[in-house]
Design a binder for this molecule. Structure first.
Ligand code: ATP
Length: 392
């Protein structure tokens, strides 16, 4: 499945369905205090699907319910159409990979991978073939005789992956499997994991709090906040068209500016920010004239100029902060009382101006790079520090 299409549906028949799944741990809990609060998901066969969200939002609990280590308080989990309530983990045809590899230190790589098959009394020749093939897939065929301590962290994680994949599960669940690796290794393992998933063709459900990781690997991402799924979409769509203020703030940096819709045409409208500042936005849903709205636009979509640009989406401001970031420069621009917008200008020679603090500038963007948030539930108080938004 291409990762750059907007909101792709599951590639084929759903492999895994969650229907209104609720989980609370204390017996006296209610739906509102639950750690998972009515999650619906439909994950396609062969899809690389990520659950992304801040610590404590319920990702791991959701994954553990799919695996069978936890039972939902209510709702349904269907694996390939079969209701899983009461079915133990070892009968679900899925495997799980954790952050800690838990390899047997005294066994070779090949014996670690073969361990589960031996316990299931798979014939010796078949074990040898399957272990050889999967070590080849994870590019560790030449390390088959080594002990885990003779491998790097990334290689050990690949042994853990091979150990799960050799069972040929229909789905693999991965809970922050790269969390223990340093950044460089993590980045190369992300690409490696994606390649392996494509090669073996099975459904991966991947839990992470790292938005860059989810964007890199996933066919689709479910963004979770406070026990609720706020959006399910392709990486491109969650970045370019976040459904809620929380998603806009959690995935990258976003500007969120409140205003009033002062006029509405068929597919566009004008948002008035006060002080005579107004911009045109595309509209793809019905809105009432006079409604309070929140407009969002990504910092890298904005161009700075010294005079007003020839576009209907422009706003005037004063530069408050300038931070050099290497490939780009970040400007914090005051565009009205209490409103700061962030602008990234590339340092590749295409930026039109390099203003200083205190300079008056114009911010402009292609009209279809901004839009109004359709729903904007307030982020949970405990997660407020994950959200970096500017608002009027
Ligand atoms: P992290 O990224 O930190 O692992 P998460 O999004 O995976 O976070 P969960 O591990 O699913 O979050 O936890 C969600 C909430 O449920 C947390 O508040 C956690 O304290 C609570 N929780 C998880 N497991 C249990 C349990 N066995 N008993 C009671 N509360 C639990």
């Amino acid at each position: 499945m291409a990762t750059d299409t907007l909101s792709p549906p599951p590639a084929t028949d759903p492999a895994i369905n969650l229907v209104d799944v609720v989980k609370y741990f204390d017996g006296a809990g209610t739906r509102d205090t639950a750690v998972v609060r009515g999650v619906d998901l439909s994950i396609g066969e062969g899809e690389f699907f990520s659950l992304l969200g801040p610590s404590g939002c319920g990702k791991t609990t959701t994954l553990r319910m799919i695996a069978g280590f936890e039972e939902p308080t209510s709702g349904q989990i269907l694996l390939h159409g079969r209701d899983m309530v009461g079915v133990p983990p070892n009968q679900r045809d899925i495997n799980m990979v954790f952050q800690s590899y838990a390899l047997f230190p005294h066994l070779s790589v090949a014996d670690n991978v073969a361990f589960g098959l031996r316990r299931k009394r798979v014939p010796k020749d078949e074990i040898r073939d399957r272990v050889e093939k999967i070590l080849h897939t994870v590019e560790l065929a030449d390390k088959a005789d080594r002990r885990p301590r003779q491998l790097s962290g990334g290689q050990q994680q690949r042994v853990a992956l091979a150990r799960a994949l050799v069972n040929r599960p229909r789905a693999l669940l991965l809970d922050e499997p790269l969390g223990a690796l340093d950044l460089k290794l993590r980045q190369s393992m992300q690409l490696e994991l994606k390649r392996i998933q494509r090669e073996v063709g099975i459904t991966f459900i991947y839990v992470t709090h790292d938005q860059a990781e989810a964007l890199t690997m996933s066919d689709r991402i479910a963004v979770m906040n406070n026990g609720v799924v706020e959006q399910v979409a392709s990486p491109r769509e969650v970045y370019e068209k976040p459904a809620t203020a929380f998603v806009a703030g959690f995935i990258g940096t976003s500007n969120l500016v409140g205003g009033r819709l002062s006029s509405v045409e068929t597919d566009s409208g004008v948002v008035d920010f006060g002080d005579g500042q107004r911009v045109t936005v595309p509209l793809d849903a019905a809105h009432d004239v006079g409604a309070s709205v929140e407009l969002t636009v990504r910092p890298e979509k904005i161009t700075l100029t010294t005079g007003p640009a020839d576009t209907a989406s422009r706003i005037r401001g004063t530069v408050r902060e300038v931070v050099y970031l290497g490939t780009s420069t970040s400007y914090t621009v005051d565009t009205g009382p209490g409103v700061e917008m962030t602008v990234f200008q590339p340092n590749d020679g295409t930026a039109l101006v390099f203003p200083d603090r205190g300079d008056t500038v114009w911010l402009s963007w292609a009209t279809d790079h901004s839009y109004l948030l359709t729903t904007a539930p307030a982020p949970a108080a405990s997660h407020a520090d994950s959200v970096s938004l500017t608002s009027r």
